[in-house]
Design a protein around this ligand. Sequence first.
Ligand SMILES: Nc1ncnc2c1ncn2[C@@H]1O[C@H](COP(=O)(O)OP(=O)(O)O)[C@@H](O)[C@H]1O
Ligand SMILES: [Mg+2]
Length: 446
Amino acid sequence: MEIKITQKQKQFLQATEQEVLFGGAAGGGKSYGQLIDALLFAVKYQKSKQLILRRTYPELEKSIIRTSLELYPREIATYQSTGHIWKFQNGSVIEFGNCDTEQDVYKYQSAEYDIIRFDELTHFTKEMYTYLISRVRGTNGYPKQVKSSTNPGGVGHHWVKERFIDPMPPLTVYNSSAGSRIFIPSKVNDNVFLMKNDPEYSKRLKNLSKQDQKALLYGDWNLDEGAYFDEFKPEVHVIKPHKLNDSDRLYMSLDYGLDMLACYWYSVDTQGYVTVYRELYQPNLIIDDAAKAIKRAMKQHELERITSIFAPKDLWNRRQETGKSVMQRFAELGIYLERVSNGREAGWYEVKRYLRPQGDVFGNNRPKLQIFNTCRNLIRTLPAVRHDDKNPNDIANTPHELTHAPDALRYFCDGLPLPAEPLLDNKTNMLSFDDEMEEFNDFNGF
Ligand SMILES: Nc1ncnc2c1ncn2[C@@H]1O[C@H](COP(=O)(O)OP(=O)(O)O)[C@@H](O)[C@H]1O
Ligand SMILES: [Mg+2]
């Protein structure tokens, strides 16, 4: 069997890092590279086990399984379509698997692989990836790797970018506490085979929307034109935790549903500058547990200092089972919500106003709102939400998971929070506040 590969495919085959991403334009030869790499590994290491994943079986069947049927030599391996598995004469296997829902990861709970390969990695969630890569293990002494291929875009665009693109330049090894990583970029013209056999391919891609062209034709990872909050910049808005001013006014806001409690704490200074200083982001909490989790996150005297806890008006709806609203139950548990009821668009506009950099009295060009880097989900989802296709003034409601934290932030911005009052009587007020804040900062590890 004679195999010809592209220069980039060769780099992918030779990469020895624990996590490798082959990413870029569609047609760059990534999936084909995966199949060749898997084949060579299976032949070289007898009784080795590999898993090739996509979210669904139809996606596998249409693409990578079909190509493997054309490519793999029947003299040394047979394909069993019921188990979606190639079995090699030397005992090696290459299995095709899917993982469509968060629950699907448990299908692989007791499995062990030498190599796991994600094709179209950005279609997967970070949770799926981190769970599944824990299945790479074994005592046979063979290399253990996670090798992925993908185009930019897709639900996982942001976490994949964060893991493989942002920390280091392409083709440069990044060593993290979780192991080594490398990103190998690919472009359509890297794939000499496609360029020769289908020279019109890249012209056809030019019919796509600007955004899709960027992702699929150029393999560009900066797709932020579609981002709703284009004013959000991690280097401007995300800051290290620091000690809060004891004179600041404190607020909270929350979005509550059974799918997610997203709760944020804000401190506002006398100039109206806001710091988002704490996040509580937890799914599957019934109301009582949600209220308990909120109280556990702070001390009683901090709760007493909070001016308002902004919440959406649907929490005022009476629930059939109990005859009470979420708001009422929270109040019974000592958490008093304040309703914000402006329209969504006006609310998003307020969030944008807070994010926009503006000069302060000291001549600093900082935005009205900054976020402690501990608020992981807010930082993750703010740049990820997109414009709604039908109403560009609103954000897209899918994937729904991305909307909880931005919604909670919207309730705060929409609630017209007030700046802190300047402390006139420094001596008396400052002293008592100081002690309290010392304790508060200790408690929060600032
Ligand atoms: N080394 C190669 N030899 C022959 N054909 C190749 C090679 N690499 C890629 N191709 C072909 O080029 C096309 C695009 O490759 P593919 O791997 O599907 O790209 P990607 O996954 O990056 O979108 C496919 O038809 C594939 O079979
Ligand atoms: Mg592909």
